[in-house]
Every structure is written in C-alpha cells, then in structure tokens.
Design a protein around this ligand. Structure first.
Ligand SMILES: [Zn+2]
Length: 277
C-alpha cells in the first residue's frame, strides 16, 4: 500500500469508528514528509494533519486563500518546489475543503467588500476573477491546481501530486486526483509534458522574465529571489554602491516556549461517555 492509499484507508476507518485506525510512519519513511497546500480557513487548524494521520514533523503546510494555484510559476509553486528541493518533501497534496468562503463569494461581492476596505474598483486589475484566482467549484479548483502542479517545470516528474477534499465538519477525506496514476502514465512522456507546459510558461513571460530552456537565474540567495530583470538590475546597482552587512543568524532556542492551549476542538464527537475516575 502506498502512502496516500494508507492515509485514505485510515481516515475512512477512523470515521467508521475503528479506534485503532492510523498510520505507522516507519513504514512510509521513503514517502515522508508530505507537502500540503490548504486554504487559510482557521477551521482547518485543528484538522491538519490529524485527519491524515501524519505526524506534525512530517507535515509541510502551505496555505493561501482558497488553496489556489494561479500559474505554473506562481509564488505558491515556487514554495512547493523549494519544499521538495530543500525540505525534502516527497509527495504533494492540494487539499480543498467543503464550505470554502473563497468559492462562495461572487466577483460582485468581492468587489463590494474591497470597496468597503477603501479599495476602489479602478485600482484593481480588469479581470478580478483571474487575478485572485477565485472559483465557483471547490472540486474543480482542486483538480485544476493539482494539474498545474503536475505539469509545472519546477516540480519535475518524480513527485506524486494528489488532489483531495476534506469535509470541514467531519474531517472525512475524498481523493479526487490520484497522483500515483498520473505518475505512472506520464513516465517517458515527461519531456513532452514539460514542452507543453513551456507553452503555458511563455504566456507568463511578460510577468516573470522566466524562459524555459534558458533558465538563467541571477546569483542570489534563495529567499531573496527576484523575478523581474529591472528589480535585479536595480538591486545589483544598489549593492555596488553599498555593501550590505550580513545580519547574524539568530540562535534557535533549544526548547520552544510553552503556551497553555485550550482543549482541542473536535468537529464531531460521536459518543460522550463519562470515563473520569
Ligand atoms: Zn477555504
């Protein structure tokens, strides 16, 4: 059984009342840690990574409003790529959730809310929908995001990319996109796939100055990546004038400070029996 097969199995068994349902992380050493992209909805805080059965320290959690991927080279995609390359993430899961407000807010409502915040319509991009990547169907949004990640030239052919939905009330997982299947069928077609993704990339050239086939990155440290040639040029010129001193790295405290937490919120409690002694 592969990791996400085991995750779905354990999740469904736990919901059916099996108190011993769970993962044995030691069996999946080669497939952990996983990387998850979820919405910013705070109701997800107590659910993740508990509903997956994955230990906290094997769970790399990325979030944005609506778990939206806006393009093959978007900032979220770059974080996913670095989560694989630097943090050793082995599999990616785009996890949408039921009752997502990003999906429920219409473009007209969004424009109204922004106006209430003092942001006038003429200051926004023409296509507000496209700019924020807002969607009407949560499931379609997850499928689209998984597809964009799968075909992104910065993710590569070795990482399974899954698409899931989580029920915000019960924690039940639904597997929409099986990343193992795509990986198996893609195999030798990878170059072709990347070439077609490259055509998509061309459409983003004006935004990113990133050209597939001639990947020339300015020599900057990760974390200060610059996307526009103008930015890079002005930065370089600035650095020629002032040699910036490197700030000393803060030592990591050995023990994080302990903050007392309220009892965990459980979305659904099946049976309440007084077991107190
Ligand atoms: Zn949401």
């Amino acid at each position: 059984m592969r990791l996400f097969e085991a995750i779905i199995d354990a999740n469904h068994r736990a919901l059916a009342g099996d108190q011993h349902a769970g993962l044995h992380p030691a069996e999946f050493e080669d497939e952990l840690p996983i990387i998850a992209l979820t919405c910013i909805d705070p109701r997800l805080n107590p659910l993740m990574p508990a509903v997956l059965g994955v230990p906290q320290d094997q769970f790399i959690w990325l979030r944005n409003a609506g778990n939206i991927i806006t393009g093959p080279l978007s900032s979220t995609m770059r974080s996913l790529a670095l989560a694989c390359a630097i943090k050793g993430g082995k599999e990616i899961a785009i996890i949408g959730h039921t009752d997502c407000q990003v999906g429920k807010t219409t473009t007209a409502q969004l424009i109204d809310r922004l106006r209430e915040l003092g942001i006038e319509r003429h200051l926004l991009p023409d296509n507000v929908n496209e700019y924020f990547g807002t969607f009407a169907s949560e499931r379609q949004n997850v499928i689209k995001a998984a597809d964009l990640v799968r075909h992104s030239p910065v993710i590569g052919p070795k990482i399974p990319v899954h698409g899931l939905m989580v029920d915000i009330h019960t924690g039940k997982l639904e597997w929409l996109v099986n990343g193992y299947q795509a990986l198996d069928t893609m195999g030798s077609r990878w170059n072709e796939v990347v070439r077609s993704a490259g055509q998509t990339v061309d459409a983003f050239k004006s935004l990113t100055d990133f050209k597939i086939g001639e990947m020339k990155f300015p020599e900057t440290k990760i974390g200060e990546t610059v996307t526009k040639t103008e930015d890079w040029l002005s930065k370089t010129l600035h650095e020629m004038e002032i040699k910036q001193p490197q700030p000393a790295a803060e030592p990591t405290p050995a023990v994080p400070p302990k903050i007392p937490l309220p009892p965990p919120f459980r979305p659904r409690i099946h049976v309440l029996r007084d077991k107190r002694r």
